[in-house]
Design a protein around this ligand. Structure first.
Ligand code: KG4
Ligand code: ZN
Length: 333
């Protein structure tokens, strides 16, 4: 029997979740509108907002689950990767709960948590599976051999897929985060424009060249017609989105064939993208592969995924010392 409070505060969402015996009882996510007009997350503002939001977010998660602080068996937090100031808020709060309730503390790696979000529901992926983890800060293909055995097969050498969406959105004059806005606009557009596909070794990715190619293309078109973006916004969005999804899925497909793996998953904020979800499903159906697509609420940052990862650590009695500090970078070894 285990009741775990999980806290996620790595970027701009404050989230708290209660996990009872591996089952999600609540998953509260409090976003931060303050970054909308800046074209990206402002770290200083993010940590301040976490400080304001963390108590009501945790209390809402407890209340929704009908759980009291005194019922908790452990408290989990995201140790990294992420923004240090934001991570510190969640970490210190978790330490406080661990001390006051005399319960163990469990650190969770954010990128592993995105992957383990798949274990919040049935059917759970079969091992080994490949997971394309695509978020605002990371783009990775990970071979998951077991619940605690991860192998990084490839990653971005510059920008992440989410950044490609967000930075393109900034060029187009869209609010942050632009990913969901581009997704919506692309639905009514046609992918009329093509951009060169970046060349990268192995199963790695590169998105910064794509962003530059889009910028030069728009500059050239705007010289001919200053209203080019306004007039063609939906088609531009559809073209950019198609290119990003092409790059992601073609690399994932190659990795699956080379490693002879038939169980494939997607995870992270960009896995909420409707074209990626649809084409991932089509690709895996055509190949007769098993596909795992997370529910929307488990794609973008959330504490339920942290709690699920913590649940497996709890079963192994894998606890964290109280002198723990946040870690901005992920370590796969
Ligand atoms: O996993 P996440 O919530 O936070 C990080 O760990 O980074 O991912 C956020 C990223 C942002 O770049 C956002 O634009 C992108 O996920 N995103 C999307 C969609 N929803 C969120 N990108 C494309 N289409 C979407 N529907
Ligand atoms: Zn994330």
């Amino acid at each position: 029997m285990s009741i775990i409070l999980a806290i996620e505060s790595s970027c701009d969402d404050t989230s708290a979740s209660i996990i009872k015996n591996g089952e999600v009882l609540s998953n509260i996510v409090c976003g931060q509108d303050v970054h909308r007009s800046y074209g990206g997350v402002v770290p200083e503002l993010a940590s301040r907002q976490h400080l304001s939001n963390i108590v009501p977010t945790v209390e809402m998660a407890l209340k929704q689950s009908n759980i009291a602080y005194s019922d908790l068996d452990a408290v989990a937090f995201t140790r990294g990767p992420g923004l240090l100031g934001s991570l510190i808020v969640g970490l210190c709060f978790a330490k406080g709960i661990a001390l006051s309730q005399n319960i163990p503390l469990i650190e969770v790696d954010h990128m592993r948590a995105h992957i383990l979000a798949h274990f919040a529901e049935d059917p759970k992926p079969k091992f080994p599976f490949l997971c394309l983890t695509v978020s605002g800060g990371h783009t990775q293909i990970v071979k998951v051999n077991d619940i605690f055995d991860f192998e990084l097969l490839g990653q971005t050498i510059d920008d992440a897929a989410g950044e490609a969406f967000d930075k393109t959105g900034k060029i187009l004059g869209l609010d942050y985060p632009a990913g969901p806005i581009i997704d919506k606009l692309a639905k009514e557009g046609t992918p009329n424009y093509d951009f060169t596909t970046p060349k990268v070794d192995g199963f790695n990715f590169s998105f910064s060249g794509l962003k530059t190619a889009i910028m030069y293309f728009l500059k050239a078109e705007m010289k001919k017609d200053p209203e080019f973006i306004q007039k063609n916004m939906k088609d531009i969005c559809a073209s950019v989105q198609k290119k990003i999804v092409d790059i992601l899925l073609s690399t994932l497909e190659r990795a699956a064939i080379e490693h002879d793996i038939e169980h494939l998953a997607i995870a992270g904020g960009v896995s909420a993208n409707s074209e990626l979800r649809m084409r991932f499903q089509v690709m895996t159906n055509e190949k007769n592969w098993n596909s795992y697509i997370p529910r929307f609420e488990y794609c973008t940052d959330n504490a339920a995924m942290v709690g699920i990862a913590a649940y497996y650590k709890f079963l192994n009695q894998d606890f964290t010392n109280h002198d723990v500090t946040p870690s901005a970078k992920v370590n796969w070894n």
